[in-house]
Design a protein around this ligand. Structure first.
Ligand SMILES: [Zn+2]
Length: 528
């Protein structure tokens, strides 16, 4: 079965069929009606918004023998000859591939010959911003005083690159991004004409993904229907073809990030990769998800601004209560930067993982928003009582350790003392051991350096960050960590939490044990 791409098949043939550009279509129709046609038009706007289509309709409308209120009739010999591209009256040039002075000279030379049939010669120059400076200059004179039978229609996605001398000679029309509603209703129309059954949710997802471009929307619909030819197009199938993931995935990963649960967040990324989803797409969709969260938290009556079911909006609202606007803005900033980097990255997954860890751990960043986030984290811990237990560890002078040998509360289990080998083993399984701890504590411990005492017999957890050491020297938190270690290894391992200066950290007095062991470097202090 032969298959014609939808976006070719359903190019608008007259002004009535142009979607989402009413402000332009109305003006052009009025000009035609009043016979006040301009001689140089500039159509600007993002890709797929109908610039070339409208230019072609205009080219036929001015030549049509029986124009009606929607422009060209499509039936008269002029319309037919232009549609079949056999007419000499419509000259199209793609400036992306013909941008030199010579290309423009050819046009300028041909302008002097009046049309053999019909009324107007229409020159459509697409991607006009690609013309060289010389080419623009060559065009300028003709654009200034074209013969009465000539119309120029210049189209561009980048109007800022057009010289002012050209701009000032054109009537300018800005094509808008087409709304999701408009695109969706067009897609619905066309798919039913094509006999393709499609869920509303599927259609709306495609419309949203097209980001204002009707052409993109149609080719996405093409991709999806071609993949599932003859079957109903469901939301899940669309997600599958487009390599996208469901909203629920964003909810889970963001929940993990809010809880500073690095492990949980990374496992969602793992899942996305296993599903074979495109990570660039995933990041963009995630940004979109958080934009919706921001809207939900700010605007009470926002249903029409968010492309989601009522159920999903309700869940968004619930989630928005767990996170502040500032945090969301920080997340969006990190992901936006990531989204521009990821396109050219070879190791996309690692890049994504690093940024997600940053989101979970504001201490890895030093900008204002991240500092705010850190303060919030510490406040939350303070509220949970992390600083005000008996024996107040917060008062322990920096550099000293509490006395873990004499726990105030009896240890849950008594384990035999660990040997040097055990210390090494703890270090090699560190992430696994601390991964099971409370997310907030986990985030803190991860931000500290795991090292070893001079004799190799006990572990040292060090940081130049006093808030970190303060929290971990607190008896309650300290015991949580110690129990996690002892339960894992089945032995009593000594661990001291100490505050070190930044110089000490840099000098390597306390080497990062975890890194040494995992990189396979022989660790002298652990030699038995
Ligand atoms: Zn006609």
């Amino acid at each position: 079965m032969s298959y014609t791409a939808l976006y070719r098949k359903f190019r608008p043939n007259n002004f009535g069929e142009v979607k989402g550009q009413d402000h332009i279509v109305t003006t052009l129709k009025n000009q035609l009606k009043l016979g006040r046609i301009g001689h140089a038009y500039l159509f600007t706007g993002t890709r797929g918004t109908g610039k070339t289509s409208v230019a072609k309709i205009m080219a036929r409308a001015v030549n049509c023998e029986n124009p009606d209120e929607n422009g060209p009739c499509g039936e008269c010999p002029m319309c037919k000859s232009i549609l079949s591209q056999s007419s000499m009256n419509v000259i199209e040039m793609d400036a992306a591939s013909n941008n030199g002075v010579d290309n423009v000279r050819e046009i300028v030379d041909s302008v002097q010959y009046s049309p053999a049939e019909g009324r107007y010669k229409v020159y459509i120059i697409d991607e006009v911003h690609m013309l060289s400076t010389g080419a623009f200059n060559a065009l300028l004179k003709t654009l200034e005083e074209p013969p009465a039978y000539v119309i120029f229609i210049l189209a561009t996605t980048e109007v800022n690159k057009i010289p002012i001398t050209i701009l000032s000679r054109c009537q300018r029309y800005d094509f808008h991004r087409i709304s999701i509603d408009t695109i969706a209703s067009q897609l619905k129309d066309l798919s039913s004409k094509e006999g393709v059954e499609a869920e509303d949710k599927a259609i709306r997802y495609i419309a949203k993904t097209a980001d204002g471009s009707m052409r993109d929307a149609l080719s996405l619909l093409d991709q999806c229907t071609a993949f599932y030819l003859g079957e109903e197009l469901t939301y899940d199938k669309v997600l599958d073809v487009l390599g996208a993931v469901d909203t629920e995935v964003f909810r889970r990963i963001l929940d993990a990030v809010i809880a500073k649960d690095v492990r949980g967040a990374l496992s969602v990324i793992e899942e996305v990769c296993v599903l074979g989803r495109e990570l660039g797409w995933f990041i963009n969709e995630w940004i979109w998800y958080m934009r919706n969260l921001l809207i939900v938290s700010r605007i009470s009556d926002c249903e029409d601004m968010i492309e989601m079911s009522a159920d999903n909006i309700r869940m968004l609202k619930e989630q928005s209560e767990k996170v502040t606007d500032d945090e969301l803005v920080r997340y969006i900033r990190i992901l936006s930067e990531l989204s521009s980097k990821i396109r050219y990255a070879a190791q996309k997954r690692i890049l994504v993982e690093v940024e997600v860890i940053k989101m979970c751990r504001p201490q890895m960043e030093n900008d204002y928003e991240s500092l705010l986030d850190r303060i919030r984290q510490l406040e939350a811990l303070a509220e949970q009582g992390a600083y005000n237990n008996p024996g107040n560890a917060g008062e322990t002078p920096a550099g000293q350790t509490p006395t873990p040998e004499q726990p105030v509360k009896p240890a849950r289990k008594i384990y035999p003392s660990a040997l040097k080998e055990d210390v090494k083993m703890v270090a090699s399984k560190w992430q696994e051991i601390i991964g099971g701890m409370d997310p907030a504590l986990y985030g803190i411990v991860r931000g500290m350096t795991l090292s070893v005492s001079g004799d190799g017999g006990s572990l040292v957890l060090a940081s130049p960050d006093e808030s970190f050491t303060g929290i971990m020297q607190n008896e309650k938190n300290y015991n949580v960590l110690k129990e996690a270690i002892n339960d894992y290894i089945g032995k009593e391992v000594q661990i001291n939490v100490i505050h070190i200066s930044e110089q000490e950290e840099k000098s390597g007095v306390y080497p990062n044990l975890e890194r040494l062991i995992n990189s396979g470097i022989k660790v002298d202090v652990l030699k038995s």
